[in-house]
Design a protein around this ligand. Structure first.
Ligand SMILES: Cc1cc2nc3c(=O)[nH]c(=O)nc-3n(C[C@H](O)[C@H](O)[C@H](O)COP(=O)(O)OP(=O)(O)OC[C@H]3O[C@@H](n4cnc5c(N)ncnc54)[C@H](O)[C@@H]3O)c2cc1C
Length: 490
C-alpha cells in the first residue's frame, strides 16, 4: 500500500469548504481534536459562498421561530466583531426596504412586527422624507429601515476563516471530491478520488450537493433544487451616491428578496439577483433575457447609466429545498442525525446562509460535543493583521511600502491598483490555492473595469518570473480550466 492509499484519521471531517464549512472549521480549530476540511474545488469558497449579494442580513425577513430567523440575527451580530478580528471587509450601511403601494406598507408593518419578534435591533418604519434623507434619490411612500443590516466581503470571509482554521491546526484538503461514505460501527470511512479518510464525526456542508452526500449514507430525505440568481456589476466610477442597501418590498411567493441595488465592500454596485429555477446542467451561465431585464431595472433606478457602466455579469445558485411548483423558501435543515450516530447535516442553506454561517458553527458545536470530548486549546490565535492594500494606502504609506519592498512600486492591475507585492503574497497563500480566481478573490486584481483585459498578460508574466510557472499551467479556477492552450511560436 502506498502512503496515498493509507486512510488519514481524524476526529471530525467536514465536507465542503464554503462559508459554512469554513466557519465550522474555524470554531472546531479552538479545540484539541483532529479536524479535516475536504473541498472538491481548487480553493475554498468557489461556489455559492462567492456568488451572492454579500449582505449581512439583520433577520426581519424570516418567520419567527425558524432557524433562518434565529441564525441570521445571531450571525449578523457575530459578524460585527468577528470580521474585525479576521481582517474581513464589513460595512454597517443599513437597509431600506421600500414600499411603493399601500399593500407594500401592510407587508412592511408585518415585517416590522416579525423583526421585533426575532430580536432585530432598532427597526423602524420611516416616511418618504426620511427615506430621501437616509439615501438621497431613493423613492417610496414609506420604508422599513434596518440600521443593523450590513455588507461583507463574502470571499474574504470564507478564505480568512479557512486560513485561520488552518493556522490553528485544521487540515484542509483542496481538490478532494468525496465520492463515497461508509458508516462504520465507530465512525465513518470517507472516500475521495485517490485517497481516503476516517472520522468519528462527519459534518455535511456540501451546499448544492448536500443531498448527494446524504444519499451516500442512504438518507433520501432531501432534494436540492438549484435556483439561479443573476447579477450585473457596475463600474466603480458609478458607485458615488449609494451608501445604503435599497430593497423592494418582498413578495411571499418569490424565491428571493427581489431585485435590488447592492453596494459591495469594494465600492461597486451590483444589480440583481433574479430568481429562476434551473438545472445543474446550465451551471452558472447567464441568460440574455434576464440580464436585459436587470439592466432595465438598473436604468430605472439609476438614471444616467450607460451601457459601458455594466462591466460584468455573474450568477449564483440557491440550494433550495422547495421545488419549482411550490416556490418560496424552506427553513435550513441543521441536524445531529439520530439514525446515523455522528452524522451532522446541513442542507438547504440558502440565504441568509452567508450571514448565518458563524451562528451555524456555534449551533453545531454542542452537536459535536454529543460525540466527542472537547477541551479548549490554550494557544489558539487569530492570524497577524495582513498588510494594508495598496489601493487603500495614503500617499505617505505608499512611499513607505515601496521603500520597504520595491514590488509595491509595480502595479499589475491598474483598475484596482493591485501591486506585484500583493500578487506574490496572494500566490503564497497557506492553502496553496494558485488559480487566477484565487488571486482575484485575495487581491481584487482583474475585478475592475478592464476585467483582466489589460492586467492578465502582466499577471501571467509575474507568475512566470516569480514562481517559474509556465503560462500553459495557469488556470482560471483549477483543473481543466487552462487559460492558454498553446504558447506563441511553439
Ligand atoms: C444569488 C444569491 C444571493 C445570496 N445573497 C445572500 C446574501 O446577501 N446574504 C446571505 O446571508 N446569504 C446570501 N446567499 C446565500 C449564501 O450565499 C449561502 O447560504 C451560503 O453561501 C451557503 O454556503 P455553504 O457553505 O453552505 O455552501 P457552498 O458555498 O456551496 O459550499 C459548499 C462547498 O461544498 C463543496 N462540495 C460539494 N460537494 C462536494 C463533494 N462531493 N466533495 C467535496 N466538496 C464538495 C463545494 O465545492 C462547495 O465549495 C445568497 C445566495 C445566492 C445564490
Amino acid at each position: 500500500m502506498t502512503d496515498k492509499n493509507v486512510a488519514k484519521n481524524f476526529d471530525v471531517v467536514i465536507v465542503g469548504g464554503g462559508v459554512v464549512g469554513a466557519a465550522i472549521a474555524l470554531e472546531l480549530s479552538r479545540y484539541n481534536i483532529k479536524t479535516a476540511l475536504l473541498e472538491k474545488d481548487s480553493d475554498v469558497g468557489q461556489q455559492t459562498s462567492s456568488r451572492n449579494s454579500g449582505v449581512s442580513h439583520s433577520g426581519f425577513n424570516y418567520s419567527p421561530g425558524s432557524l433562518r430567523a434565529r441564525l441570521s440575527v445571531r450571525g449578523n451580530e457575530m459578524l460585527f466583531r468577528m470580521t474585525k478580528n479576521l481582517g474581513v471587509e464589513f460595512d454597517n450601511i443599513g437597509k431600506l426596504t421600500v414600499a411603493r403601494t399601500d399593500e407594500d406598507v401592510k407587508t412592511l408593518e408585518r415585517l416590522l412586527d416579525q423583526g421585533k419578534q426575532n430580536g432585530v435591533p432598532d427597526l423602524q418604519i420611516v416616511d418618504a422624507y426620511t427615506i430621501e434623507k437616509i439615501q438621497p434619490g431613493a423613492k417610496g411612500i414609506g420604508a422599513l429601515y434596518s440600521p443593523s443590516s450590513s455588507i461583507v466581503n463574502p470571499y474574504q470571509l470564507t478564505i480568512n476563516m479557512a486560513e485561520t482554521a488552518l493556522a490553528n491546526g485544521v487540515d484542509i484538503y483542496l481538490n478532494t471530491t468525496i465520492t463515497g461514505i461508509d458508516h462504520l460501527h465507530d465512525g465513518f470511512s470517507v472516500k475521495a478520488i485517490g485517497q481516503s479518510f476516517t472520522s468519528k464525526v462527519l459534518i455535511n456542508c456540501a451546499g448544492l450537493f448536500a443531498d448527494q452526500i446524504c444519499k451516500m449514507l442512504g438518507i433520501d430525505d432531501y432534494c436540492v433544487y438549484p435556483c439561479k440568481g443573476e447579477y450585473w456589476i457596475l463600474d466603480r466610477a458609478k458607485s458615488g451616491g449609494l451608501h445604503t442597501l435599497v430593497y423592494p418590498t418582498p413578495r411571499a411567493d418569490e424565491p428571493g428578496l427581489g431585485i435590488h441595488l447592492t453596494p459591495t465592500t469594494r465600492g461597486n454596485i451590483m444589480i440583481g439577483p433574479s430568481a429562476e429555477y434551473t438545472s445543474f446542467d446550465d451551471g452558472y451561465s447567464c441568460t440574455a433575457d434576464v440580464l436585459g431585464a436587470l439592466s432595465t431595472v438598473g436604468h430605472n433606478m439609476m438614471p444616467g447609466l450607460t451601457t459601458s457602466d455594466f462591466i460584468r455579469h455573474f450568477s449564483g445558485l440557491r440550494p433550495k429545498l422547495t421545488p419549482p411548483e411550490i416556490g418560496g423558501n424552506a427553513d435550513f435543515v441543521i441536524e445531529d442525525r439520530d439514525d446515523i450516530a455522528g452524522f451532522i447535516n446541513t442542507v438547504g442553506i440558502e440565504s441568509p446562509g452567508l450571514t448565518a454561517a458563524p451562528a451555524i458553527a456555534e449551533m453545531i458545536l454542542p452537536m459535536v460535543k454529543n460525540h466527542l470530548k472537547l477541551t479548549k486549546k490554550t494557544d489558539w490565535a487569530y492570524l497577524p493583521k495582513a498588510a494594508a492594500k495598496y489601493r487603500n494606502m495614503s500617499d505617505d504609506e505608499r512611499i513607505e511600502a515601496v521603500a520597504s519592498d520595491p514590488n509595491y512600486g509595480d502595479i499589475v492591475c491598474r483598475c484596482e491598483q493591485v501591486t506585484r507585492a500583493e500578487l506574490i503574497t496572494a500566490y503564497n497563500n497557506p492553502l496553496g490555492a494558485t488559480s487566477l480566481r484565487s488571486m482575484k478573490m485575495r487581491t481584487g486584481a482583474m475585478m475592475g473595469r478592464c476585467q483582466s483585459g489589460f492586467c492578465l498578460p502582466k499577471i501571467t508574466s509575474v507568475l512566470e518570473q516569480e514562481f517559474g510557472i509556465s503560462a500553459q499551467d495557469i488556470t482560471a479556477s483549477g483543473k481543466n480550466t487552462q487559460m492558454f492552450t498553446k504558447l506563441r511560436g511553439k
